[in-house]
Design a protein around this ligand. Structure first.
Ligand SMILES: Nc1ncnc2c1ncn2[C@@H]1O[C@H](COP(=O)(O)OP(=O)(O)OP(=O)(O)O)[C@@H](O)[C@H]1O
Length: 252
């Protein structure tokens, strides 16, 4: 049994007067992939963004309840958000490299965190690109613009950029929805590799994807967490009728 990396207790979330998440409690085991599924607008993205306080950037956001990473309540006033986001990295739906070279995209984070030594940066860039299964494809053009590579390569570059600051947790918000099936397959294989070293939480619209790559699945519906558990159990023997209706394609 692996330990819980993240623990969420009685989490409520509001956009102004609108309550987008209601009383969510969820445990996320370490070195596993947890998939968040549910119909559009059910709160998956809002929820994943509470785990690295990305919602802080929204002025009307109100978060209530407890989100713990490694046992520490990340909403406690003593928490340094920059440090938190170093531990909890994020990859978005649309690959969003900076308008810089491939090398600089990966070196940017470590540099901001104070690493100046060129050899050390070279080493981090190489290791991060290798971990993101992109090194072989870009090693001869590290100084080329990050805009000149394919969509799937850009997304792996964004994963390398997230890995470069050495997080423990990787949040992925629909990381393959803008990619073709081949690029999607590569990211899925990569996620399977990465879980050896990282705890991964991933929003996906694709139930097939959740079934293929996640260890645990959480089903959200209208701001509530309806059911969560081992992926096989959720897909083969769900306890809640709404979960069953969703996974059998009756709505969503
Ligand atoms: N910045 C915002 N301000 C106000 N309401 C918002 C904001 N962002 C999201 N919402 C609302 O919160 C609810 C949950 O949205 P969220 O994006 O978390 O859902 P989702 O499950 O990720 O949807 P999708 O699968 O379509 O991406 C929706 O009703 C949405 O309209």
């Amino acid at each position: 049994m692996s330990k819980n990396k993240i623990e969420i207790n009685n989490l409520d979330f509001y956009y102004g007067d609108f309550q987008a998440l209601q009383d969510i409690s969820l445990e996320v085991p370490e070195n596993k992939v947890t998939a968040l599924i549910g119909p559009s607008g059910c709160g998956k993205s809002t929820f994943i963004r509470t785990i690295n306080r990305m919602n802080d950037l929204i002025e009307i956001a109100i978060t209530d309840g407890e989100v713990k990473v490694d046992g520490q309540d990340i909403y406690h006033p003593s928490v340094d958000v920059v440090d938190l986001r170093k531990r909890v990295g994020m990859v978005f739906q649309h690959p969003n490299p900076f308008p810089k070279s491939i090398y600089e995209n990966v070196a940017y984070g470590p540099r901001i965190h104070g690493i100046k030594d060129k050899n050390k940066l070279d080493q981090i860039v190489e290791e991060s690109l290798k971990s993101a299964a992109l090194w072989d494809e870009v090693k001869d053009k590290l100084d080329a613009s990050a805009f000149g590579i394919s969509g799937g390569q850009k997304q792996r570059l964004c994963i390398a950029r997230a890995l470069a600051i050495n997080p423990d947790v990787l949040l992925m918000d629909e990381p393959t929805s803008a990619l073709d099936p081949i690029a999607t397959g590569k990211i899925e294989d990569l996620v399977d590799e990465l879980k050896q070293d990282y705890t991964i939480v991933m929003v996906t619209h694709s139930m097939q994807q959740a079934a293929r790559i996640s260890d645990y699945t959480a089903f959200f519906f209208m701001g509530e967490l309806i059911e969560h558990g081992p992926t096989e159990k959720i897909f083969e023997n769900p306890e809640n009728q709404k979960t069953e209706d969703y996974i059998t394609g009756r709505f969503g």
